[in-house]
Design a binder for this molecule. Sequence first.
Ligand code: TA6
Length: 299
Amino acid sequence: MIEALNDQFRIPGHLQFDLGQGGLPRAIIENDAARGEIYLHGAHVTSFQPRDQADLLWMSSDSNFSDSMPIRGGIPICWPWFSHHPTDSNLPQHGFARISAWEVQGVGQDSTGAVTLQLGLSDSDATRRWWPHAFQLTLSVTIGPTMTVELQCCNTGDQEFGMAAALHTYLGVSHISDVRVEGLAGRSFIDQLDDDRLHIQSGSLEIHRETDRIYIGTEDDVLVHDRSSERVIRVAKQGSVSTVIWNPWIDKSRRMADFPDDGYETMLCVETTNAASDERRISPGQEHRISQTIGLFAG
Ligand code: TA6
């Protein structure tokens, strides 16, 4: 499989496939600006490292790498529902896109040297066990000085369907106690730890406890100020007006087998989503695109 992928899609010196952790097929992208890694399992980005910088993404050292489990860290793709299924708790948490085998659809390199990998997932007997609709998903990952991840969802059936989505991004930080999040001031948020009550964000956000919030009406860039490393990560987005901020803190970190007990100290999830009131309905033959661009913000 790896040889065939490289024969068809390799870009010498810039994109190649190998077997990553757990023997799962992985694309490695390298250019003058950055290096990135994307697993075909779940179309899961696990690394984005701008040249001479620490990785912008956090990965769990205890993550599973098997074709039946989600990878912990990086950017899980949550689709076609977010969190638990609305009516059937037996269905996979965060949908089935992140535990499905995606196929390589195409690769490319533009005049700036940025490299794009396109992965695809469409309905099958396997997906119809979980969800009855016909669809075509395309995930495009473009790596240059910044990384853009775009999820395109096409309704290829004859019935309208509703969907939720999340680019469930685990950002790496030096220490969570030294982090300040800008870009959400004045926005309402659903506090998933306070019986889903609505609150208003006052000013910037700091994390001093388990935090699990769906911000709504969000269109601005989110800036994650990491005081210890003196870097600012920017998350800009399109096709989304909701943002999830999550840190499991101490107790929940201990309860997750694929998450180190102290993992909460060096990660923060800033998730570009179509969640809550921002879920989307797609008519037959129509599509929706949600995308985010992350990179170091020069101030
Ligand atoms: O995005 C926040 C959240 O919905 C949290 O409630 C927590 O469950 C997190 O996602 C991780 O979910 P997972 O299924 O990957 O453990």
